[in-house]
Design a protein around this ligand. Structure first.
Ligand code: NAP
Length: 245
């Protein structure tokens, strides 16, 4: 069976990444999803097999250089270089600035900004050869408006947006587009642990009066990788129910 394209989604075991995996699973793509644990890999395999798709889950910890090196070697050995790369995986380690520890700062910068740099650097050369590539980096509304307790996360996401603009300039000539998707509050494990009163307050300030769904973000990501979005690059597209305009 020949596939239209290979798609790599980091953090495909849960939340937005899983919804993105599901949206690609309905088409003729070879799917590569990552998770930090074997449980996460099982969740990825389940999406792939229940949609009769082809692909695989690979263990990857973005906060661990050895794990990243193993991942790059595996992709090279199996010729799994993606045509579409979705840098989605992420986590938060919130703390107010005066209490923020070095490891809280470094871990969040590592998993978001530094890992995206390493992944794109390792995987873009085959895209250059093919003169085709679609890269989507997950940012956040917080990068535009700031968020108390998230100096690390906001710095990382702002860095991702700035890096993406520069890469869009460097690689446009080779028909590689690089865009960011910046969600507001989306119902996933990441927002699950927020206090319910705070969630109600936030929802009341969103013009659409609710948190977004992972599937709604997935639809936007999917669009940005489609032929219909061929002329869009270097952009950050916000999806937040009007929270930030
Ligand atoms: P989520 O439900 O918490 O899922 C996070 C995913 O990232 C999981 O697949 C997880 O894998 C993976 N991951 C976490 N730490 C990792 C690490 N060290 N190395 C590799 N993978 C790791 O998060 P989400 O809400 O879907 O968020 C997805 C992206 O959207 C993130 O970049 C996030 O910053 C961004 N975002 C989310 C929101 C929101 O409201 N939810 C808003 C703005 C932006 P395991 O299952 O193995 O742990």
């Amino acid at each position: 069976m020949s596939f239209e394209k290979k798609v790599l989604i980091t953090g495909a075991s849960r939340g937005i990444g899983k919804a993105i995996l599901e949206s690609f699973a309905k088409q003729n793509f070879y799917l590569i999803g990552t998770a930090t644990s074997e449980n996460g890999i099982e969740s990825i395999q389940e999406v792939i097999s229940s949609n009769n798709s082809s692909g695989e889950g690979i263990v990857l910890d973005l906060n661990n250089d050895e794990s990243l090196e193993r991942f790059f070697s595996y992709l090279k050995e199996k010729d799994l270089y993606p045509d579409v790369l979705i840098n989605n995986a992420g986590f938060t380690k919130d703390n107010i600035f005066l209490r923020m520890k070095d490891d809280e700062w470094n871990d969040v910068l590592n998993v978001h900004l530094n890992a995206q740099f390493k992944i794109i650097k390792n995987l873009i050369k085959p895209m250059l050869k093919k003169k085709f590539g679609r890269i989507i980096n997950l940012s956040s509304a917080a990068a535009a408006i700031g968020n108390k307790g998230q100096a690390n996360y906001v710095a990382a996401k702002s860095g991702i947006e700035a890096m993406s603009k520069t890469l869009a300039r460097e690689f446009g000539l080779k028909n590689i587009t690089i865009n960011c998707v910046a969600p507001g509050f989306i119902d996933t494990d990441m927002t699950d642990n927020l206090d319910q009163d705070y969630k109600n307050l936030v929802a009341s300030q969103i013009p659409l009066q609710r948190f977004g769904k992972a599937e709604e973000v997935a639809d936007l990501v999917k669009f940005l990788t489609s032929n219909e979005a061929d002329y869009i690059t270097g952009q950050t597209i916000h999806i937040n129910g009007g929270l930030f305009m």
